[in-house]
Each structure stands twice: as C-alpha cells, then as structure tokens.
Design a protein around this ligand. Sequence first.
Ligand SMILES: C[S@@+](CC[C@H](N)C(=O)[O-])C[C@H]1O[C@@H](n2cnc3c(N)ncnc32)[C@H](O)[C@@H]1O
Length: 280
Amino acid sequence: MKNRIYAAHWEDYELIDAGNGLKLERWGKYITVRPDVNAYFQPQLSKQEWDRKAHFIFKEEKGVFGTWLNKGNLPLNWEIEFEGVRLCVFLKNTKHTGVFPEQNLNWKAIKEFVTSEDSFLNLFGYTGASSMMALANQASVFHVDSSKSAMAWTKENARLNKFDGCKLVLEDVVLFMEREIKRKHQYELIQMDPPAWGIGTKGKKWQLENHIDLLMSLAAQLLKPKGQLIVSTYSAKITPLTLKETAEIYFPNRTFRTGMLATKSTTGKALDHGSLLHIF
Ligand SMILES: C[S@@+](CC[C@H](N)C(=O)[O-])C[C@H]1O[C@@H](n2cnc3c(N)ncnc32)[C@H](O)[C@@H]1O
C-alpha cells in the first residue's frame, strides 16, 4: 500500500482526468493534454471527451521536447493564481508549463511557516513558484538554479507580483551549498526539488540516486536547528523510503513525514508524481 500525500486542487488548477500515459489538466480557463509516464492506467473519460475539452495538446517529438497543438489560436502564455500569488504559465517547446501544480502542498507549507524575519533557500528553484510564496510573506529569498531561462521566468513571476529583492543565484546547487557552508550561513527554510538528472560543474551529468545523500548532508549543515526542509524528487529510483532513511541519518532528532506526492483527478484517478520529505 502506497503512502500517498495528496496535493489539493485549487481554483486555478484541476487535474481533470489521467490515463493512457496522458493527463488532462485545467489551468485557469485553459485545458491542456500532455504526457505523464505515471498515468499508466485507463482514463475515466473517453478520447472524444478529452478532445472536446482540450485547448492545447502536446505532441512529443524527442524526450520532453515537442510542439503544442493550439486548437483555437489562443495565447501561449497566461496567468494563474494561488492564494493571491500570480504565476505565469507558458507553453514553449517542452511538455512543462513553468508550474508544477502538485507543489501547492509545499507552497502552503512555505506560506504558513516563513515570516519577514526568515531566510528561505530555494534550491533547483526553476521558475520560482516557491520563491514567490515566500516573497509574499516578505521573507529573504535565495533562489538557486543553473538555467538562464528559469531565472528569466522567475524574474517575470516576481514582476507579475511586484515582488522585489529575490536574490537570484545562477549556479550549480552543490557548489553554492558548499560555499554557503564555508561562509557559515544558515536558513530557516530550505526547499530542494532536484531533477532526476542534472548538469553539474564542467557540464558533467549526474543521476539523482548518486547525489541525494550528498544533497541531504549539505542541507543538514545549512539548516538552522529548528528550520524546516522540504525535499521533492521526481525520480522512480528515489522512493519515500530512500528519503526516510537519509533523513534518519542527517536529521536524527527531527520530526518528519515522507510519502508519495500524488494528485487525485476529478474523475478519481490517483496520479503519482514522486517522493516527498518534510522535516518540520
Ligand atoms: C524539477 S525543476 C524544479 C521545479 C520547481 N521546484 C517548481 O516546483 O516549480 C529542476 C530545476 O533544477 C535546475 N537544475 C538542474 N541541475 C541543476 C544544478 N546542478 N544546479 C542548479 N540547478 C539545476 C533546472 O534548471 C530546473 O530549473
């Protein structure tokens, strides 16, 4: 039996249905169809119903890359909102939209925890959804990502919300963490959302399963004694048990929960995303 932790639907996001390797999602007023390997089961709605509902359908060409079929000559970018924070959805040449909606559970935890007195370190920060949640509470935010386009998108999200002061660090996460440890910096809140594989120093590709232990040991040195750590992983090789066992090594006296981050579709399908750890 999987220990699933379900993300909630919110007004501007709904997983309508999933199945046949695809998901049908509503982002504000627009509906997309895109691939998801975890949707290995049969969908609830018929293909005709999916086709009738969808505004955009992603056609995979190579890996995550491909093209969006735009059924109504609609704009390719628009805004959605989570608890007053605006996020830019942008359909480019990959299946990703700039927002991982299942992360709303972490956004809620961030909004409930950080205050204007706190520092938040957002590692592998991508387009900055979590950074925006902490900025909404006037926390000091250090957003680290090695992708220039992710940084530009984060700036755009900050501009949409009229947030300033987000410290953008365009760098390899491990190098930044090691430097921060030398500087004896610590944070009240750290989030790590590492991809299944990453590009490290000197363009070297790494697999998360060989890196998770290092990332957790560095995070343990950067977290204040009563700080919170949120880790989410999207790799089949990192299970909730892996995160639990690693947390027991590096955070032996802390309370935490682990589980499989999942979303329940409106039609009742359980779609898994990856493993989640929250040390609180
Ligand atoms: C899965 S996304 C994070 C999603 C994000 N936390 C969210 O919920 O919106 C992974 C991000 O890690 C970045 N990345 C990959 N390898 C990296 C590295 N070695 N150092 C810094 N960033 C890296 C990618 O550019 C990408 O933006």
